[in-house]
Design a protein around this ligand. Structure first.
Ligand code: 5FU
Length: 252
């Protein structure tokens, strides 16, 4: 028998990074382990979604480079205000994958200035340990394994990726479809209650599966929420399903 998973309280007691603490505290306060992925392409849709799902999520995940009318003042300032109002964090899913110097420029410069507003970011670890040094003011979620069919994140790749993730002080967790060591928070995308795939390689699991089998900490839901006719109700459904699945996964 595998051992029971740690609770959020236990993880909070051992958390080192301020962003890990904030995520775990928010999860406990909201009784939510849900991160909504806002894969919409206009500022108006992004802000409307953030307003609706904000109270129910611990973080909103963005792909800020898909916003066609991006404007720092009109996009980021109101988004930050909504994050403050509804108490959620901002996760930019940039999946950095370059040498340290280039990642530093991508993180701090250009129009998006991710360093100025994101609480945490995703990064590949393919560039090695030092490529993550530039993310010192945020938390890093290392891409350990991807959810898409045929992803090249094999068991041996994941093992090496985990060595980098576990040893780097900026890293708070990993994205994976497999269980990872308890010291890291596990963020799992590819969660949907209605579909098993999207016809473009994405593979979906249920909240029950990921909490029980992978000991996930947080679920990331995109189309299950933002494509729904009623995103707020969908967010509440995923929040409750996720929380119940987490509670059930504590009892072995
Ligand atoms: F790292 C990963 C991964 O392995 N799979 C993913 O699906 C990230 N994602 C992101 O989660 C992806 O870029 C989308 O933003 C989101 C999943 O969206 P969906 O609509 O729930 O499939």
């Amino acid at each position: 028998e595998e051992k029971t998973r740690s609770s959020y309280e236990q993880k909070l007691a051992h958390a080192q990074h301020s962003v890990s603490k904030k995520l775990l505290e928010t999860a406990l306060a909201k009784k939510s382990n849900l991160i909504a992925s806002a894969d919409v392409t206009t500022t108006q849709e992004l802000l409307a979604l953030a307003e609706k799902v904000g109270p129910h999520v611990i973080a909103l995940k963005t792909h800020i480079d898909i916003i066609s009318d991006f404007d720092y003042e009109k996009t980021i300032l109101p988004l930050k205000a909504l994050a403050e109002k509804h108490q959620f964090l901002l996760m930019e899913d940039r999946k950095f994958a370059d040498i340290g110097n280039t990642q530093e420029l991508q993180f701090t410069s250009g129009v998006f200035k991710i360093t100025d507003w994101a609480d945490f970011v995703t990064s590949q670890v393919i560039g090695g340990f030092e490529s993550l040094d530039c993310f010192k003011n945020v938390g890093v979620v290392a891409i350990v394994g991807m959810s898409s069919k045929g992803a090249l994140t094999t068991a041996s790749y994941r093992e090496e990726a985990l060595k980098v993730a576990l040893s780097h002080p900026n890293v708070i967790g990993g994205v994976s479809q497999n269980q990872i060591p308890e010291e890291l928070l596990l963020f799992t995308p590819g969660v949907n209650l209605a579909d098993s795939g999207d016809g473009k390689g994405q593979q979906y699991n249920t909240p029950d599966h990921v909490f029980k089998m992978l000991h996930s900490d947080f679920i990331i839901v995109g189309r299950g929420i933002y494509k729904s006719d009623d995103p707020e109700t969908a967010a509440i459904t995923y929040k409750n399903e996720g929380w119940n699945a987490y509670v059930n996964s504590l009892q072995k």
